[in-house]
Design a protein around this ligand. Structure first.
Ligand code: XMP
Length: 321
């Protein structure tokens, strides 16, 4: 019988064996998985771990501060923040295909880590790259036995072929609830451990259509409103996550104030789930939906319609891309 503390002991031992007296870089996304992976590796190799937070411009509002403040306060880890907004936006310009977006984002992450490795050369060689890959990421990227490739998770199917790092993936056999228990066992605060999932490719896969700075701004504003209202209604514990999606290539006619509008729809995708392998759409209270809809259409200029996704997984996946 695996207990959480035996998982921790076992993984710490394995990491120490794999890395030896080497050094490792860990990409932090602000999410639970990379935070727990980093904390495990830190326990195994101490300050021979350096975390890299990549601001790729596809983040939700407030995310960067949360990592820079909360995670560092909890762990005292070495953290480097890289502003890679231009790099990611340039690479994504004009790209609409979901798998292509995912592969570009996965590749650009690695390029940023390679640059960080060169910048850190003075301290020593960083040969290892830590990733918070979970079991479901492996399965859905086609890595599980007999599994189809549903989508390339940025840290699995999205990796470039010429990867120069050796990967350290201590969560590869775990599900999210187990990862959360490991995080608590390692002393990470609830604010990190209980965070709802957010995908590594970020808002890049929640804009249906090409990604650009203006569309990101629109989606970021709508997303912030939805999250604020769900939190205010005390619903965070009830939903697994609620992707907010911008249909950037769709327009519809509306009327606002005394004029015609021709704006974009925002999709709300609240889901309930145990492990993200399957999910049900969450029956949110009508008052909450009304509040979110009213605020988004009033406060976000380019949006004139809010729609609700009532599809389970399967047949829908949680994210739209
Ligand atoms: P789907 O859309 O496949 O999502 O039903 C299942 C869960 O995985 C998250 N997700 C990702 N997480 N990198 C990640 O770190 C990715 O590329 C990625 N794609 C999806 C998604 O938010 C959901 O929780």
């Amino acid at each position: 019988q695996w207990t959480t503390s035996s998982i921790v002991d076992d993984q710490v031992k394995r990491i120490a064996e794999q890395v030896g007296d080497g050094r490792a870089i860990c990409g932090l996304s602000g999410g639970v998985d990379s935070a727990v992976a980093a904390a495990l590796v830190q326990r195994a190799i101490g300050d021979r771990l350096t975390c890299v937070f990549v601001d790729h411009g596809l983040l939700r509002s407030g995310e960067r501060t949360q990592v820079e403040r909360d995670f560092v306060a909890a762990t005292g880890v070495n953290l480097v923040t890289v502003d890679a907004r231009e790099r990611f936006l340039d690479a994504l310009a004009g790209v609409t295909d979901p798998e292509e977006k995912r592969k570009i984002i996965g590749r650009e992450f690695i390029r940023v880590f390679e640059q960080a490795e060169r910048d850190l050369k003075a301290e020593g060689d960083y040969k290892f790259l830590v990733q918070g890959t979970l079991y479901p990421d492996v399965v859905e990227s086609g890595g599980g036995e007999g599994a189809a490739n549903i989508k390339s998770h940025h840290n699995v199917g999205g990796l470039p072929d010429d990867l120069q790092f050796e990967l350290v993936e201590p969560l590869r056999l775990l599900f999210k609830d187990e990862v959360r228990r490991v995080g608590l066992e390692l002393g990470l605060p609830e604010t990190i451990v209980q965070r709802q999932p957010f995908p590594g490719p970020g808002l890049g896969i929640r804009i249906i259509g090409a990604v650009d700075a203006e569309r990101l701004e629109t989606l970021r504003a709508a997303d912030a409103i939805a999250r604020e209202e769900l939190t205010a209604a005390g619903l965070d514990g009830e939903i697994w996550q609620c992707p907010v999606v911008l249909l950037a290539d769709v327009r519809s006619v509306g009327v606002q104030g005394d004029g015609r509008t021709y704006g974009h729809p925002i999709v709300l995708r609240p889901v309930s789930s145990e492990d993200a392998m399957t999910a049900d759409w969450t029956r949110l209270p009508y008052e909450v939906l009304e509040k979110i809809s009213t605020r988004i259409t009033n406060e976000v200029a380019e949006v004139n319609r809010v729609v609700l996704d009532v599809t389970s997984k399967p047949p829908g996946t949680i994210e739209w891309e």
